[in-house]
Design a protein around this ligand. Structure first.
Ligand code: HC1
Ligand code: SF4
Length: 579
């Protein structure tokens, strides 16, 4: 143990603790722009790059960067001596001298750590002349890179290279020319970027943001010739409230529905309905493959992998093309919803496909890319027209002058708004496979499940495994969230060493609750845990908690699809993967 003094507070911490961590122990928040730590997830970005966290250490000639200076016995530290404050302000001014001052129209305005810090430090004038070099804007189907706004904190590099192991982003060039970029300065859409959006989630400035589709949605809502419907992803309801100053983990399902109605959507539906539909298709596929495998069919490939996360799909298409016949062929719930909306539902209400606009609200930026994939369109008309993030929905609500907090709670419309608890838990790591188990068990054994809560599948560890007893047949299940964790399981499969029958993979740490389109959580894993808890509580409060019991799903099969994996279901609800 080491004893030291920070701002006149005595403290004892273990050897190896940094000044930044030690200060946090006694409630002193030292400002920083580059440091980021996701506790419990073993994720840390500590380049010591921004130098905003400098503090004065008694007896030392130079100021010390708190994030990468370890404490020493008897240290006396001042985090607010005028020498430290003056240096911090100078450093901030130098950063700002090479940053565009377009806060008024920046996508990150109000959520920008650099803007907040300039405000906190009372910066009124910039005394230095930076190079203000201009770098081209790079727009992909999901993410916009505006490198003029990059402060080179390297948080995005940590997420892309160490957490996701995608390896798209690295620093090239030097000095004012330095830029975080894909190799050879190619655009993101030419790289192997998965559009997971984890770089966007941690970017402190407006350098990395999602493609903004709010304008297009406003235009559709104002067009009287269009019927505009909306679907909301499971994870959105557990986080949207944070944009309106509510405690993390506050469920706002009913308020969200009424906000969407007030925005003018003609029908407010739920992606959870399509999640139930996914379970019907994916569960049937799992059981069919499993049945053959257990009967000794050497042709059948195991394990089956979930396929609802578009960043994960893009990841294996690029990085493990030889495994592309292993994931389920089921489309994601977002895309199943779009396909059913533009056929079954459009027919029901007598609207032509081209006059029906499908909007989805997603916790994710990759969903924008997914909805733009060619295979999810008919004659150039996409099944899902616009995918907004949770943050974009909050911005739509704000700009429409709707007082979210005082809204009444309303219910989704029918038929595509009815869902079970199984659909709800899709939004958290482990939820998709738990939903699949609830249905697959009953279909396979013909028996009622003795319990519905599979605690062994829940949690936040990056890699988890459990064996579920299917009435005498042990089924081995794996779960990975974060693409780096997924990579480990894929390497095992490639080497023929996988012990699993089924694996759930989600790209974002925490699953969709931690998606790149959610309210910024600033690295606070407790926020993710609260969102996760909220989804399990919504599941618990549902009357129906198994996908195959959803009455509107049953009706959809009776009236339209026939049976799971039927030819029609195959055509509308399944997909192919590409190298
Ligand atoms: Fe997800 Fe899914 S759970 S992928 O995380 O399978 O985005 O929430 O909508 O499609 O249902 C996201 C969430 C979401 C799909 C579902
Ligand atoms: Fe890397 Fe994901 Fe960002 Fe693409 S979206 S650059 S894969 S972190």
């Amino acid at each position: 143990k080491i004893t030291l003094n920070i701002d006149h507070k005595n403290i004892e911490v273990p050897k190896g603790t940094t000044i930044l961590e030690a200060a946090a122990e006694v409630g002193i928040d030292i400002p920083t722009l580059c440091h980021m730590k996701l506790h419990d997830m073993n994720i840390e970005n500590k380049p010591g790059g921004c130098r905003v966290c400098v503090v004065e250490v008694k007896g030392r000639r130079n100021l010390a960067p708190a994030c990468c200076t370890e404490v020493a016995q008897g240290m006396e530290i001042s985090t607010h001596s005028m020498r430290a404050v003056n240096a911090r302000r100078t450093i901030l001014e130098l950063i700002l001298s090479d940053h565009p001052a377009d806060c008024l129209v920046c996508a990150k305005s109000g959520n920008c750590e650099l803007q907040d810090m300039a405000h906190q430090m009372g910066i009124r004038e910039i005394h230095y002349q930076g190079a203000q070099t201009h770098y081209r804007e790079d727009t992909s189907p999901a993410i916009i890179r505006e490198m003029d706004k990059c402060i080179r904190c390297k948080r995005c590099e940590t997420m892309c290279n160490h957490v996701q192991t995608v390896g798209v982003l690295s620093t090239i060039n030097r000095g004012f020319e330095a830029v975080i970029s894909p190799a050879f300065e190619m655009n993101l859409d030419h790289s192997v970027c998965t559009y997971c959006g984890q770089c966007v989630a941690v970017c402190p400035t407006g350098a990395l943001t999602e493609v903004d589709e709010t304008g297009a949605v406003i235009r559709a809502l104002s067009d009287p010739s269009k019927t505009v419907i909306v679907q909301t992803a499971p994870a959105v309801r557990a986080a949207l409230g944070e944009e309106f100053e509510m405690e993390a983990g506050t469920l706002v399902t009913g308020k969200m529905v009424s906000a969407l109605r007030r925005l003018g959507f003609d029908y407010v539906f739920d992606t959870d309905f399509a999640a139930d539909l996914t379970i019907m298709e994916e569960g049937t596929e799992l059981l069919s493959r499993l049945g053959k495998y257990l009967a000794g069919d050497k042709e059948v490939k195991m394990p089956i992998l979930t396929s609802c996360c578009p960043a994960w799909v893009k990841f294996f298409e690029h990085q493990f093309p030889e495994l592309k016949d292993i994931p389920s062929t089921a489309r994601s719930p977002q895309q199943m919803f779009g396909a059913i909306a533009k056929t079954y539902f459009a027919d029901k209400i007598g609207v032509k496909r081209e006059d029906l606009v499908v909007v989805s609200i997603m916790p994710c930026v990759a969903k924008k890319y997914e909805s733009s994939r060619d295979e999810f369109a008919v004659d150039g008309n996409p099944d899902v027209d616009h995918a907004l993030t949770t943050r974009e929905l909050a911005s739509l609500i704000n700009l429409s002058n709707i007082d979210f907090n005082s809204l009444p709670e309303e219910d989704f419309d029918k038929p595509l708004g009815e869902s079970t608890g199984a659909g709800v838990i899709f939004g958290t790591t482990g939820g998709v496979i738990e939903a699949a188990v609830r249905t697959a068990y009953e279909v396979q054994t013909g028996k009622m499940l003795p319990r519905l809560d599979f605690h062994e599948l829940r949690g936040m560890e990056g890699l988890r495994k459990a064996t579920i007893d299917f009435d005498g047949t042990p089924i081995n299940i794996g779960i990975a969230h974060g693409l780096g964790n997924a990579r480990q399981l894929l390497e095992e499969i490639k080497a023929g060493k996988s012990e699993f029958h089924a694996i759930e993979i989600m790209s974002c740490p925490g699953g969709c609750i931690g998606g790149g389109g959610q309210p910024y959580h600033h690295g606070d894993v407790e926020i993710l845990k609260k969102r996760q808890k909220a989804l399990y509580s919504e599941d618990k409060n549902k009357t129906l908690r198994k996908s195959h019991e959803n009455p509107h799903i049953k009706k959809l099969y009776e009236e339209f699809l026939g049976a799971p994996m039927s030819e029609k279901a195959h055509h509308l609800l399944h997909t192919k993967y590409f190298d």
